[in-house]
Design a protein around this ligand. Structure first.
Ligand SMILES: [Zn+2]
Ligand SMILES: [Zn+2]
Length: 265
């Protein structure tokens, strides 16, 4: 059985010298490959180097996260394309999108930031189109806005994943109708999240991907503890039960889905 953690952030583990241990525990839990997700110029070079050192276990993506969109966003986005010029290349543009949850209280500041996020999102959708890459979308309190921006951009929906999906079954239906998909974190195991489970059932197995978003969002039974990729197995077991399939079947299908989506070969 092999699982792929389709979305995690390994920066902290690497900085603390824990990466080898984290990778070993992941392997023990059946998590063979990990996709470490870039968020800004601060982690892109690190991830490219990590993938060079651990090409058998790691892949990476590069993108400017909406919460990292600052005044210098244009310069940061301008630096992205170079990572596709020499290896190991990112397997997607991401994570990119809109986050209207963590906005400044001042309404003028909030409006400025929202516009900036939209510009950065659009520029990176265009870049992904040029590079012929899939995108990993981060959307928080911004589902409709993300949807219409992707529609407007004419980006191919089958190359879009909304990661850490929490927007409920109706939103999932809209995503699916367009040809897009969602991936699910440990939140799906939380008692307080029945609508996320409903969305997960609505997604079904055919395009499903799962992720930890480590070091955040540890699944039950480790909720509240620091999350690491090995814990993907708990989410996988839970989702398998939720969808009425065996863990092996869920692993085979989600792994095949992640391989196809990120073109992992
Ligand atoms: Zn995210
Ligand atoms: Zn993330």
């Amino acid at each position: 059985m092999e699982l792929i953690d389709s979305h995690c952030h390994l920066e902290r583990f690497a900085q603390q010298g824990e990466l080898d241990a984290v990778l070993a525990r992941a392997a023990e839990a059946g998590v063979g490959r990990l996709i470490t997700i870039g968020t800004s110029v601060d982690d892109w070079p690190l991830y490219q180097r990590l993938v060079q050192e651990h090409s058998d276990r790691l892949s990476w993506t590069a993108g400017l996260h909406p919460c990292d969109v600052g005044e210098d966003w244009e310069s940061q986005v301008g630096q992205l394309a170079q990572y596709w010029q020499s290896g190991p290349r990112p397997v997607a543009v991401g994570e990119i999108g809109l986050d209207r949850f963590r906005l400044p209280r001042d309404t003028t500041e909030a409006a400025t930031l929202m516009v900036r996020q939209e510009k950065a999102f659009q520029a990176q959708l265009e870049l992904a189109k040029e590079l012929d890459m899939p995108v990993v979308v981060h959307s928080r309190h911004a589902f409709e806005a993300c949807l219409s921006m992707i529609d407007l951009c004419g980006f191919p929906w089958e190359r879009v994943v909304f990661h850490c999906f929490v927007d409920g079954p109706e939103a999932l239906r809209q995503l699916r109708a367009r040809g897009g998909r969602a991936s699910f974190t440990g939140i799906v195991t939380y008692k307080s999240a029945p609508e996320v489970r409903e969305a997960c059932r609505e997604q079904g197995l055919d395009k499903l991907m799962i992720e930890t978003d480590a070091p955040y969002l540890a699944p039950v039974p480790n909720r509240g503890k620091p999350c690491e990729p090995a814990m993907l197995r708990d989410t996988a077991s839970f989702v398998a039960q939720e969808l009425g399939v065996s863990l092996e079947e869920l692993a085979a299908q989600t792994t095949a889905n992640a391989r196809a989506f990120f073109n992992l070969g």
